[in-house]
Design a protein around this ligand. Structure first.
Ligand code: IMP
Ligand code: MG
Length: 169
């Protein structure tokens, strides 16, 4: 499989993103909501790169199932543990592809009354967008290729790769 982003490249970018977020949220306490399972490594590294008091929670939605194409159907699989009322919510996604998953999530979370709501995505594939979702922070914009590693899976595998690679035989 072809290397797209090395672990060191990813970490370097996350440090920059963490500094930017810390500057933007000075004096506040962001509440990070990570989208399981893909965003786990990113959520962990990003949280450590933000030099502010913050809190974490996780939500799970089903997206592609076993195929690499979006069904357009999104289901809530695991809800948050904590409420969002009045909080400075930062949604943490691994990758935004069609935007369907994020669009669903944002509608769900916005209805719970956070004070502010921003989105941080490690990867964005704008060529495949079906819904126009605003991303406040993006790690890397990539081409229309299916990638795995650093949390991203194909068929639940390859999440444990340190680098992000293009999936292929
Ligand atoms: P969207 O709803 O099409 O934006 O897809 C969002 C979800 O699909 C992501 O959170 C990933 O779980 C998955 N996904 C989209 N593109 C890729 C990819 O290239 N590799 C692995 N998972 C992907
Ligand atoms: Mg995901």
């Amino acid at each position: 499989m072809k290397l797209l982003l090395s672990f060191d490249q990813i970490q370097g970018r996350i440090v920059e993103m963490g500094k930017q977020i810390a500057a933007d949220y000075t004096g506040r306490e962001p509440h990070l909501v990570g989208v399981l399972k893909g965003a786990c490594p990113f959520m962990t590294d990003l949280a450590q790169a933000i030099d502010l008091p913050l809190t974490l929670d996780y939500i799970a939605v089903s997206s592609y199932g076993k195929a690499t194409k979006s069904s357009g159907e999104v289901k809530l699989v695991k809800d948050l543990d904590q409420g969002l009322e009045g909080r400075d919510l930062l949604v943490v996604e691994d990758i935004v592809d069609t935007g369907l998953t994020l669009n669903y999530l944002l509608n769900l979370l916005r209805a719970r009354g956070p004070r502010t709501l921003k989105v941080v995505a490690l990867l964005s594939k704008p060529a495949r967008r079906l819904v126009d979702v605003h991303l406040d922070y993006v790690g890397f914009t990539i081409e229309d290729e299916f990638v795995v590693g650093y949390g991203l899976d194909y068929n639940e595998k390859y999440r444990n790769l340190r680098d992000i690679v293009v999936y292929g035989p």
